[in-house]
Each structure stands twice: as C-alpha cells, then as structure tokens.
Design a protein around this ligand. Structure first.
Ligand code: SAM
Length: 272
C-alpha cells in the first residue's frame, strides 16, 4: 500500500469508493507509515488500539510487532475487507470510535494510534486523552495540531488546547503533505505524539472546563463579561473571583494560562 495506484486498485477490486464524509484519505507513503509505527515504541506484549484502520496500512505494520491489536472501523465494507485480510490476528470492532469505550479497550497500559478521520478529529483527540493511553500517535489536520500546541494570546488557542495542557504533553512527530494520501485531502497534516501525565494544576478538569468554555465562547469579550454571560455570574461575583485569582478582568480568555484558569476555578469553587 505504498502508492496511490496500488491503493486505487485495491479499492476498485473491493468495489469501494473513498467516502469523503468518513474522512477516507488512505496513507500511501512507506516512510510516514514507519514513522507513525516507530512512535508507538512497541515492545512485545503491548496492547495497541487503532482508530480507523481503513485498508490496514498502519495495522499491518503494527501486527508485525504486536499480537494484541484492536482496531475500530466504522465502514462496513472496509471492516469486511480487514476481517478477510487479517483474520483472527486482528481484533476488529466494527462501529463508531466516538462511541467506543477506549479506556476499556486500552486497558491499563495500551497505546493508541490513528490516522484520524478529519471530520471528528477534535472530539476523538478529547476522547483519546480521557482514555489515558500510555502514548497516542495521532495524525491530525495541521490546523488541529496547531490548536493542541497554541501558546496564550494566539488565535489557535481554545478549549482543546487547555484540555491537552491539563492532561498530556504534545510532541510534534511528523509533517505530511496531501500527496502522501489517496485521495489527497485539501489540507496538510501533522502527526503528534501525546504523552498523558498528571495535571500540573490542583483543580479538577470538571471545575476548570465550564470556565474555559465560557472564556472561549465569548472570546471577544473581556473575562469579566465572559464569566457573567457564560456562567451567569453577577458582575460583582465575577469581578471578585478574578481579583482573588490575581487576574485582570479586562483580559480575554485566550491570554490565560492553564495555571490561571486553575486559580480561577479554585476561587470560584470557594464561592469567589
Ligand atoms: N488508517 C488508514 C490509513 O492510514 O490509510 C485509514 C485512515 S482514513 C484517514 C480514516 C479511517 O477512519 C477510514 O477508514 C474511515 O472509514 C474510518 N472512520 C471514519 N469515521 C470513523 C468513526 N467514527 N469511527 C471509526 N472509524 C472511522
């Protein structure tokens, strides 16, 4: 599966036309495939979970290194092909990865990999982090990869950035232009490695999340206004909480660090 013409022929032989609505852009580059697999640092006995195996380009390489591979594929025709091709060696779960219990599939030390379907990469990244794999190697559209790594006061910074800062370190792993896929997508891609780790702040994500959501829902407003409108706080309560957290009320949410969101969650948790 290392050239567009081979993938085109395999698909034609199976009577499958790539579906745009399922983000079907198949990997056709040997080096990128090897780079993705090497990012998993597979050792014997590792459980590997793959999201969206497609024609099995990455799956095949993983199966050469691990005999405990699970893959979740939503497309019925591709799932049938994977069953025929890999047989019982691959534990195939036919269905929607967003509805799968990733944490249960990963177990205590499983690793996650996926050339993710771009139409749901944001919720899949959030689900991946929540499932706490030992490591995740994910192909994303460059724009989403940039959001994961966006420093304060940049337009790419958003709720997903804060979730990642809370839960994982991000390591850029490879860049991928459209010609490395068949059919080529309209956008460039980036592979990132996510390393889940304990949060650097004391407040739980459940307390930080609504504040982050309000701050970015009203990102053009000052934080004082965003807290009032997003959380329904009285102006004085919002102002007092920001003062207690040492945050200027006229700042905008995208300028805050995770630590500042954490302090705000703690002061609001104490009643402002
Ligand atoms: N891994 C293959 C590769 O690298 O060539 C295919 C990657 S392709 C970008 C995305 C794959 O995810 C497709 O096989 C598609 O059918 C599958 N997919 C799309 N939506 C999905 C979902 N909600 N759950 C599981 N798989 C999904």
């Amino acid at each position: 599966m290392t050239s567009p013409s081979v993938v085109r022929e395999v698909l034609a032989g199976l009577g499958i036309r790539p579906l745009k609505r399922l983000g079907q852009n198949f990997l056709v580059d040997h080096n990128l495939r090897e780079r993705i697999i090497s990012g998993l640092e597979i050792v014997p006995g590792d459980r590997i979970v793959e999201i969206g195996p497609g024609l099995g380009a990455i799956t095949q390489g993983i199966l050469e290194k691990s005999d405990d591979v699970h893959a979740i594929e939503i497309d019925h025709a591709l799932a049938a092909h994977l069953r025929d091709f890999f047989g019982a060696r691959l534990h195939l779960h036919e269905g929607d990865a967003l509805e799968a219990d990733l944490a249960a599939l990963l177990g205590p030390s499983g690793k996650l990999v996926g050339n993710l379907p771009y139409y749901i990469s944001t919720p899949l990244v959030a689900a991946a982090v929540a499932a706490r794999p030992a490591i995740a190697v994910l192909m994303l559209q460059s724009e989403v990869a940039a959001r994961l790594q966006a420093p304060p006061a940049t337009p790419e910074r958003g709720a997903l950035t804060l979730l990642i800062e809370y839960a994982a370190d991000v390591e850029p792993w490879a860049k991928a232009g459209p010609n490395l896929f068949y059919p080529p997508p309209k956008v460039s891609s980036q592979v990132v490695r996510l390393h889940p780790r304990p949060s650097p702040v004391a407040a739980p994500w459940s307390a930080i999340r609504p504040i982050v959501a309000a701050a970015f829902q009203y990102r053009r407003k000052t934080l004082g206004r965003a807290l009032q409108e997003g959380l329904g706080l009285e102006p004085e309560v919002a102002a007092q909480a920001l003062r207690a957290a040492g945050i200027d009320a006229v700042r905008r949410g995208e300028t805050l660090s995770l630590q500042e969101f954490g302090r705000l969650a703690e002061t609001l948790g104490r009643g402002g």
